[in-house]
Write a protein that binds this ligand. Structure first.
Ligand code: ADP
Length: 418
């Protein structure tokens, strides 16, 4: 699917680039040829209006041969040739080698003479392209038609060369651009691909996680229902099992909804000055029942009135996740909760003497659905989603979260806020 998308995107890019390069090449070609055209036309007009030529048009001894070069620019030389018809439209001057050309372009002279006008055109004569400028002259006593023509072979060669160069450069450029765009579209697709794969995995994991408690609930209810003589009390073991699984399911659904909102960027933080010290104390109090049940001693070292800028509910959720984990994954011993200001930063430390985490697992525990020991952690009521939500909350508050842990000895979770 992504391969096809990649190829498609590259093709679209290539098409856009091709269109752009073609317009550029055609533009360069037309601009160059129209510059040639314009300057040649201008030069021919100037050449036709040269006073020495005009003054000598009727001089039978004037040798046009010496004057048939016109320098219209310091560097560029344009060889032009003159033909002159007198006031009776007699061919008064033409070089003998130009006689054939004169015949081929006499139609312009006739028209200019009849209409007393000027004509500019291009014509191919015996395989050679010429630019022809014909002008009826009536300047005091100089009357007649002056015709100027210039061979455009070199210009054509140059334009053909330019066309080939543009074509070659365009083709090579196109190939390079396609390779580059293949590379860049690949880079652009990468995050989309990752999030798509992540999303797919998330849906698969979520359905798997939901199926497990559902199966447990069904099995327990089946057991209770199959005992049609028994009382509710007699079947309380099945009903209690089913009930506690609904709690796991409820927590899971809640966390899935939070993650879905996170992914859709739908969570808006209500940032205000919040008393982190109070949040920690309240959470410790609320979870005391859990630590008491497990006989875990909870020590606190909380500096008063430490304020941070944050979202009250989210920060509370973060503290609940961390404290709940430390109680869940500690069988005996104690938990120490510390909150203090260190170098202008607010540092919350939750240290337990629990099961600990292997070094290679530490990097993975923020991943969604990651549980170090799936069966055991699930039994403890874990969903594998708490820390990924905790990490998002910390990141959203521009804080940091770090873990130090030794397997079998315990873990320290350090959260720092500005
Ligand atoms: P869960 O709901 O399973 O606890 P979390 O995302 O909160 O999910 O944690 C991911 C995993 O990290 C847990 O399943 C557990 O293996 C490990 N873990 C988290 N906190 C601790 C802790 N304090 N001590 C040991 N292991 C922990």
């Amino acid at each position: 699917m992504f391969r096809r998308l990649h190829v498609k995107l590259t093709l679209y890019m290539a098409l856009i680039l091709m269109a752009f390069l073609s317009i550029l090449a055609v533009g360069i070609y037309h601009f160059t040829s129209s510059v040639f055209e314009l300057s040649a036309k201008q030069s021919m007009k100037i050449a036709a209006a040269r006073p020495d030529i005009l003054n000598n048009m009727q001089n039978p001894f004037f040798d046009f041969r010496d004057n048939n070069r016109f320098f219209f620019n310091n560097n560029t030389k344009m060889k032009i040739n003159y033909i002159y018809y007198d006031k009776f439209f007699n061919l008064a001057y033409v070089k003998s080698e130009d006689a054939e050309i004169a015949k081929a372009i006499v139609e312009y002279a006739v028209e200019a003479f009849d209409k007393k006008t000027e004509i500019y055109d291009k014509k191919e004569i015996e395989g050679v392209n010429y630019r022809i400028y014909t002008k009826y002259v009536n300047d005091n006593d100089v009357v007649g038609v002056i015709q100027i023509f210039a061979d455009t072979t070199y210009e054509k060669i140059f334009l053909n060369f330019l066309r080939s160069v543009l074509l070659i450069i365009g083709t090579i450029g196109m190939i390079i651009m396609v390779v580059i765009s293949y590379f860049f579209t690949g880079k652009v697709i990468q995050p989309v691909k990752h999030s798509w794969i992540r999303q797919k995995k998330f849906v698969a994991d979520a359905s798997h996680e939901l199926r497990t408690p559902l199966t447990v609930i069904q099995t327990n209810l089946d057991a209770a229902l199959s005992d049609d003589q028994g009382t509710i009390k007699e079947n309380s073991i099945w009903l209690n099992n089913a009930y506690s699984e609904t709690k796991v399911m409820g927590k899971l659904i809640q966390q899935l909804l939070t993650l879905a909102k996170i992914d859709a960027n739908k969570i808006k933080l209500e940032i205000q000055d919040i008393n982190l010290s109070d949040i920690v104390l309240i959470t410790v109090d609320n979870l005391k029942i859990m630590s008491d049940v497990k006989n875990i001693e909870v020590q606190t070292e909380i500096q008063d009135d430490i304020y941070i800028k944050g979202d009250y509910d989210k920060v509370r959720q973060l503290v609940v996740i961390l404290l709940d984990n430390s109680i869940k994954y500690t069988e005996k011993g104690s938990i120490k909760i510390c909150l203090k200001t260190e170098k202008n930063k607010k540092v919350l430390t939750i240290e337990d003497t629990g099961i600990g985490i292997k070094q290679e697992d530490i990097k993975k525990i923020f991943d969604r659905f990651y549980r170090v020991d799936e069966a055991r952690n699930r039994q403890a009521g874990g969903t594998g989603l708490g820390l990924s939500i905790a990490k998002w909350i910390v990141d959203a508050h521009k804080g940091t979260i770090e873990i130090q842990s030794t397997l079998g000895k315990g873990s320290i979770f350090n959260v720092t806020f500005n």
